[in-house]
Design a protein around this ligand. Structure first.
Ligand SMILES: [Fe+2]
Ligand SMILES: [Fe+2]
Length: 286
């Protein structure tokens, strides 16, 4: 547990990157194709690649709020946004080496697909955020912690399920950086929330009401559902999510009896199951 936000930043900055130049130079890119990649995971990799690259959009949004003007957070965000962007590029390289055709302009194309509704909503959020001023920073940090933990666990589930050794090697390194991001967000959220009942109430209300898996809004709902269904299906998947994401968020000040993120994952899985059931039971047309 850290005492001050500066301590969190000092710890973060003392952590070396996992994706060093040496790691990437020695990486077995040419061996990727030696192993089979189950096609079911390709849309998941594309989703993750795109959402990593959208960090820049989120970063620009945050800069327009009091959170982005907080000197400790601002300093973290500069390194964080670069790392996320690189994660996107590495996932794209993996896809290319695995024989999945992606264009040179994938990033631009993915960004063009972001619905205008998202842009409008994010402007509105920005406006609301500014009304609450610095009391909203705890919400941003708690939300960010949940997103980083979800991303980290998403990568863990992906390498476990895909059983592709080179993908695992890449994702393990990416996940090390996600673990640092998670700890930074979580620790700052903890400090921001612990001294302010108002910040706690805002954070809890906003997250209970609006939380959805990372990427929601920028990606179509069917893609979000596919991702959750592929990575967290079954009792084991839900238990993994609950233990490694929801239960950790529950430890934040003001988050007692928090079940929102697990509930949301369960409801996505439930609705996918229903759809599946409906299509299986559908009368066969001849
Ligand atoms: Fe990332
Ligand atoms: Fe991250």
């Amino acid at each position: 547990m850290f005492e001050t936000e500066r301590d969190v930043l000092a710890w973060y900055e003392s952590q070396p990157r996992a994706l060093t130049k040496e790691f990437l130079d020695d990486f077995k890119w040419k061996e990727i194709d030696n192993y089979e990649l189950n096609k079911a995971f390709i849309p998941v990799l594309i989703y993750m690649r795109d959402v990593e690259s959208f960090t820049q959009v989120y970063y620009d949004e945050l800069l327009r709020t009091p959170t982005g003007k907080d000197p400790v957070i601002r300093r973290f965000m500069d390194r964080w946004s670069e790392e996320e962007n690189q994660h996107g590029e590495l996932l794209n390289r993996f896809l290319l080496e695995a024989g999945v055709a992606t264009t040179e302009k994938w990033e631009e194309e993915a960004r063009q697909q972001i619905p205008i509704r998202y842009t409008m909503e994010s402007r509105l959020t920005c406006w609301v955020t500014n009304l609450f001023g610095r009391h909203f920073t705890g919400t941003h940090m708690a939300w960010g912690a949940i997103n980083e933990m979800t991303t980290l666990q998403g990568y863990r589930r992906l390498w476990k399920l895909a059983e592709h050794p080179i993908l695992e090697e890449l994702l393990r390194a990416v996940a090390q950086e996600e673990a640092l991001h998670s700890r930074f967000y979580w620790s700052i959220a903890q400090l921001k929330l612990k001294d302010s009942n108002l910040s706690q109430r805002i954070a809890r209300k906003v997250i209970d009401q609006f939380w959805a898996p990372v990427g929601t809004g920028t990606k179509p709902p069917k893609d979000v559902d596919y991702l959750i269904k592929t990575l967290f299906s079954g009792e084991e998947g839900v238990e993994h999510f609950d233990r490694t994401v929801n239960k950790r968020a529950e430890q934040l000040p003001g988050f007692d009896n928090f079940t929102t993120t697990t509930d949301r994952v369960k409801s996505i899985l439930q609705s996918s199951l229903q759809e599946l059931g409906e299509s299986e039971n559908a009368p066969v047309k001849v």
